[in-house]
Structure formats: structure tokens, C-alpha cells
Design a protein around this ligand. Structure first.
Ligand code: SF4
Length: 364
């Protein structure tokens, strides 16, 4: 039982429901089992969200703090663009509900990361703190759904325009903002009601794809299973064009299921080494590292094994990101100022090595 959402559809899953109409009924009430990697990412996201809600609530590690500060800077820019100097009131991380107009019963819900309101205008922002790119606001259905639900909530009924934006600082520093007027919200409400009706149909079709990655039903779903099986029979060298695009579209959903299978196997073998016939775990090993490089240099230098120049040229590597983080930590700069300072003051020390691009999905 999903107590917070009352087992009802939620805005955060709206893209999945759109792509796979049968996902809601099959996944209803199922716990969302995450692999350790996905759990670690979710936990980091939760810590950053907590800091954005209240900076005194939590201490972040430098990497998280950097992302949190970027989110905060972009949020401030958007707030100023929409409201100027006007004082807004705000609420965050509070679940809002949509009601059936005939029965008055709750039918869906949504929780926005940050909502600002002044007079008849609101701004909804959603923070994505990972590297996985999300659709920008004009095409983001989760944000459109949140705008509709806010407009139904007692706190948002008098709104005449709602701006929405997704802040994803590891993807872009200039998030796009979209404005919904009362007319737009009326159309979006009808579209949402149609979808909510559709996903309640017991015969709603299930379609597997990349969206299976976050579906709680992915381990009990015949369509997701067939998707993974497809890869067993695929003749990779013969694939190109549209056929290859179709395969790529389902790779990330299949990968998530495969990773979860491996994580489960590891967990069972750790509990009982004979639990899976023919499979075991390699020996645990240690990764060696030096926490105090100058301490190590000192003892080696004093023993006459290495000179200062040899040590500096062969053993010391400084990442540009590490340098920026050090300025944030020790010079009290914002991440953006640290980046500007390193780029200008240290430009002659920075070398650029070409890096091949990775596969990315483009909007069509
Ligand atoms: S696992 Fe994939 S195909 Fe199955 S219900 Fe979920 S989204 Fe649909």
C-alpha cells in the first residue's frame, strides 16, 4: 500500500502512464524496489531537496552542495523573472490532490518541489539533481500535471497564470520556463482526465520501453520480461536505422531490470553462498589510495627515493572540478564564481583532451 499517494495515480509517474496505459493497475500498491545504485542516487537527491527546502536542515558533502547551490541560483533567477521584487509566499514538498467533479473523491495527486505564489500568478519548479536529462518544461507532462493539480488545490484556485520550469543544473544552466494561462490549464485538465480514465481500464494495454526503468511492476510484468528476452535473440550486427533506434529505445528499461537481477543475486549469495546453482561472488578486494600525498612524498624524499620535481610531474594530478570545489570550501565562493575564477586565473594550466560523445536521445 502506497500510503502517501493513497494508491492513486501521481504526477511523478504521468509520463509512464502515458507511454504504458496498463502500468498503473499492474504497479498499484507494489513497493518500488531500487538497485543499490538507484537507491544511492535517490538518497543524494533527497538530501539536496532537503537543503533546498531549508539550508539549516542538513549538511551536504561538497559534491551535493555544489549541485544544491546551482539549483538555488537558478531558482532565484526564475523567481526574479516572474515576480520581480514582489514578496511571494511559498510551500514545498506538500502533496496536492485532484478530485472527481461528480463524486468529489480524490483521483490523483502531485507534489511539487517548490511553489511560489504572488497575487494570481504562481511558479512551480522541479529539481532534478542527477545526470539523466528530463524533458524541458514545454514538453514536460509532470509539470503540466502539477500545474493542473495546483489550480484545483484550495491554495491555487484563484490563479490565472502558472509558470513551470525544470531545474537540472548538471544538464543546463538556463532552464526553459513555460506559462499556462487559464485556457491552457482547462485544456490540460481535460487531457489529464482522459488519461486518468484510460489507465483505470482493466484492459488498458501494456507497452514496455525505457519508462519500465522506474516502474514498480517491472519484475512481475510479462511485457517487461519479453523486452529483456528480445536481447537474447537479437542479431546485433544486422541492426541499423529504425530497427536499431527501436532497440536503443528499450535499452535503458532492460538495463534497469538486468541490473536489479544482478543486485538480487549478489544479495542472495552473500546471505547463502550456495543459493544460486553455478554462481558465486569473486573474492572481496581492497582499493588502495593515499589520503595524504604530501606526507607520502615527505618520507620518500627524506629517504632519497624521489625528488620534488619527480613527485610533482608524475604523482600529482588536480582535477578542474576538485580545484573549483576547494575554492567553494576554502574561499567561500559560490560554485559559479569558483568556475569563473578557475577558468580565468588558471587558464594556462588547463589542458583540454578530446572526449568522444556518448549516446543521447534527441527529441523528434
Ligand atoms: S514494467 Fe513496463 S510494460 Fe510493465 S507495466 Fe511497467 S511500464 Fe508497463
Amino acid at each position: 500500500m502506497d500510503i502517501e499517494r493513497g494508491n492513486l495515480p501521481s504526477a511523478s509517474a504521468i509520463d509512464r502512464y502515458d507511454a504504458c496505459r496498463g502500468a498503473y493497475l499492474l504497479s498499484r500498491g507494489k513497493p518500488d524496489i531500487k538497485t543499490p545504485e538507484m537507491q544511492a542516487m535517490a538518497d543524494a537527491g533527497d538530501r539536496i531537496h532537503a537543503w533546498l527546502e531549508d539550508k539549516d536542515l542538513i549538511d551536504l558533502i561538497p559534491e551535493e552542495l555544489e549541485v544544491a547551490q546551482w539549483c538555488d541560483e537558478q531558482r532565484q533567477v526564475l523567481i526574479t523573472k516572474v515576480f520581480g521584487d514582489n514578496m511571494t509566499w511559498f510551500f514545498s514538498e506538500q502533496r496536492m490532490w485532484m478530485f472527481d467533479p461528480l463524486t468529489g473523491r480524490q483521483i490523483a495527486s502531485g507534489k511539487a518541489d517548490d511553489i511560489r505564489i504572488y497575487s494570481h500568478t504562481a511558479l512551480i519548479t522541479d529539481f532534478k539533481t542527477g545526470r539523466g536529462e528530463q524533458r524541458e518544461s514545454p514538453k514536460n507532462r509532470q509539470l503540466r500535471t502539477l500545474a493542473v493539480i495546483l489550480n484545483e488545490d484550495p491554495r491555487g484556485r484563484s490563479l490565472e497564470e502558472i509558470y513551470v520550469a525544470i531545474i537540472q543544473p548538471l544538464i543546463t544552466s538556463t532552464p526553459l520556463m513555460t506559462k499556462y494561462t487559464a485556457v491552457d490549464l482547462g485544456k490540460a485538465r481535460i487531457e489529464l482526465q482522459d488519461l486518468l480514465r484510460d489507465i483505470q481500464r482493466p484492459d488498458a494495454p501494456r507497452t514496455a520501453g525505457e519508462w519500465c526503468k522506474f516502474c514498480p511492476a517491472k519484475f512481475n510484468c510479462p511485457e517487461a520480461e519479453s523486452m529483456v528476452k528480445k536481447f537474447i535473440q537479437v542479431d546485433v550486427p544486422s541492426k541499423e536505422g529504425k530497427e536499431l533506434a527501436d532497440l536503443l529505445n528499450i535499452v535503458s528499461g532492460a538495463k534497469a531490470i538486468i541490473t536489479a537481477v544482478e543486485a538480487r543475486a549478489k544479495q542472495l549469495i552473500r546471505e547463502n553462498p550456495n543459493s544460486i546453482p553455478g554462481w558465486g561472488l569473486s573474492k572481496d578486494s581492497e582499493v588502495r589510495s593515499i589520503r595524504d600525498p604530501f606526507g607520502a612524498y615527505k618520507v620518500l624524499n627524506e629517504a632519497g627515493h624521489i625528488t620534488r620535481e619527480q613527485f610533482l610531474s608524475d604523482c600529482v594530478y588536480t582535477g578542474v572540478g576538485d580545484l573549483q570545489k576547494a575554492l567553494v570550501k576554502f574561499a567561500g565562493m559560490t560554485p559559479a564564481d569558483a568556475k569563473r575564477t578557475v577558468n580565468s586565473v588558471c587558464s594556462k594550466f588547463i589542458t583540454k583532451t578530446p572526449k568522444s560523445g556518448s549516446l543521447e536521445k534527441r527529441e523528434q
